[in-house]
Design a protein around this ligand. Structure first.
Ligand code: NDP
Length: 247
């Protein structure tokens, strides 16, 4: 892949994905990374100082009016080549609430960040993804052509839900999975791939310290996995190691 946009790169899995991509024998030519506050994104800023392929874009993704500028900034760099990959990674997970404690604002806020943002960003980036699909039309479906990877969670799996609760997080990721499926159908004419991915349970601010996986293990495998995804996985839900997951 020549170019990738990853959201939420100042910490956690987003930052780990940037590092894993830089470790590839052939890193992307352009790595567009978003953060909400550059002043608080010290590690990302330090990486960008040493890697000229990193472009930092400051944005709160709930500010949909800022998407035109984000897209214009990317287009200004990639020109006719478009954008190969949109990786919707940024997300939030409010404290788990049982049905007696759930609050409507918490449901709405989580849905906005985890579901509405990835859909609206896919919409905004579509012209860039279409350009990349055209520029790489000899390539098979996958990240070498054009793709959207949505960071989902096994907690969004309806079949896998045996514990209940977590209304905000679970519903936001189930809805994201529904969006993945629709995008895969809608963008099939251009052979733009769309896949939902579960990163494993990972030690980050969100995952907590009891998680079994560390960030480099998860993100190293995610980078290997996404490079192998193709038409067979289009519109599907995969684990970080590439195994298929139940919706
Ligand atoms: P973290 O909480 O460590 O990081 C979340 C990232 O998302 C931060 O960079 C944060 O920015 C960013 N973000 C949140 N809201 C916004 C917003 N409105 N605009 C811009 N950026 C925003 O989480 P993880 O790295 O663990 O999670 C990354 C993704 O992986 C999420 O989608 C999560 O649901 C998913 N996931 C994680 C699992 C885990 O075990 N860790 C398991 C399954 C899924 P800021 O620093 O400014 O808040």
């Amino acid at each position: 892949m020549n170019s990738i946009l990853i959201t939420g790169c100042n910490r956690g899995l987003g930052l780990g994905l940037v590092k894993a991509l830089l470790n590839l024998p052939q890193p992307p030519q352009h790595l567009f990374t978003t953060c909400r506050n550059r002043e608080q994104a010290k590690e990302l800023e330090d990486l960008a100082k040493n890697h000229s392929n990193i472009h930092i874009l400051e944005i709160d993704l709930r500010n949909f009016d800022a998407y035109d500028k984000l897209v214009a900034d990317i287009e200004g760099v990639t020109k006719d080549q478009g954008l190969n990959v949109l990786f919707n990674n940024a997300g939030i997970a409010p404290k788990s609430a049982r049905i007696t404690a759930v609050r409507s604002q918490e449901l709405l806020d989580t849905l906005q960040t985890n579901t509405v943002v990835p859909i609206m960003l896919a919409k905004a980036c579509l012209p860039l993804l279409k350009k990349a699909a055209k520029a790489n039309e000899s390539q098979p479906m996958g990240v070498g052509r054009a793709a959207i990877i949505n960071m989902s969670s096994i907690l969004g799996s309806i079949q896998g839900n045996t514990d209940g609760g977590m209304y905000a997080y679970r519903t936001s990721k189930s809805a994201l999975n529904a969006a993945t499926k629709s995008l895969s159908v809608d963008l099939y004419p251009q052979r733009i791939m769309c896949v939902s991915l579960h990163p494993g349970w990972v030690k980050t601010d969100m995952g907590g310290s009891s998680a079994p996986l560390d960030v480099p293990t998860s993100t190293g495998q995610i980078v290997q996995t996404i490079s192998k995804l193709g038409e067979k996985q289009n519109g599907g839900f995969v684990n970080y190691d590439g195994t298929p997951l139940a919706w």
